[in-house]
Write a protein that binds this ligand. Sequence first.
Ligand code: SAM
Length: 231
Amino acid sequence: MELSKRLSLIVDHIEECDTLVDVGTDHGYIPIYAVKNGICKNAIASDINKDPLDKAKLNSIFEGVDENIDTRLGGGLETIKLGEAQVAIIAGMGGNLIRDILEADKDKVKELEFMVLQPAQNPEVLREYLYTNGYEVIAEDLCIDEDKYYELFKVKAKVGEETELDPIYYEISPKLLRDRHPLMGEYIEAKKEKYEKILSFIEDDTESALNRKKELEEKIAILTNLENYCN
Ligand SMILES: C[S@@+](CC[C@H](N)C(=O)[O-])C[C@H]1O[C@@H](n2cnc3c(N)ncnc32)[C@H](O)[C@@H]1O
């Protein structure tokens, strides 16, 4: 079984553990890969919908690891008991939904050794939540898969230190900038192009349109500076 670039990035950030839970598992590729490759002994493949779970079950049988993978139906982390897993993976959902899943089960989140989170949209929402709610950000990473960028957060819940940043740094990771991640320059360029496109569509001269224009122009100017920093 070969993983996509996006899923490979996730497994690259998982350390050996006893039990891993994959929330929103769908096809079950992460738990299957983790068990097959000795990253974990057992895995819980969890999903809010039955059809994906059936798919995960079938895939685990095909790959010969069904005895070590428990499929569980339910939302977020409600399918696991407190302390049952050491590692949680939550990927392929929006940043808002991942934030809500963490917020709904703080006690279980605190018991995890770490989590690997990879939002499919709105990573900035998740970054703001993690930074301002005292999470320890162990690592951040970025990949491009089929022309789409994916950000990744490896985090641990801890008591204390909340970090508030200028909003632009929830969009552009200060950690990835500092590390001079090789994809950062093109990632910023792609964001800039998106804002320039939105700007080009604004033709009204109402107060709110002019404010939006100003906001976008300021954002584009900051992104240009950050892009220069990467080069
Ligand atoms: C796009 S798939 C992502 C699959 C896989 N995690 C990946 O990254 O390739 C999203 C999966 O999340 C499940 N899902 C959506 N909301 C959920 C929730 N609140 N709790 C658990 N699973 C959820 C969906 O049923 C779907 O199977």
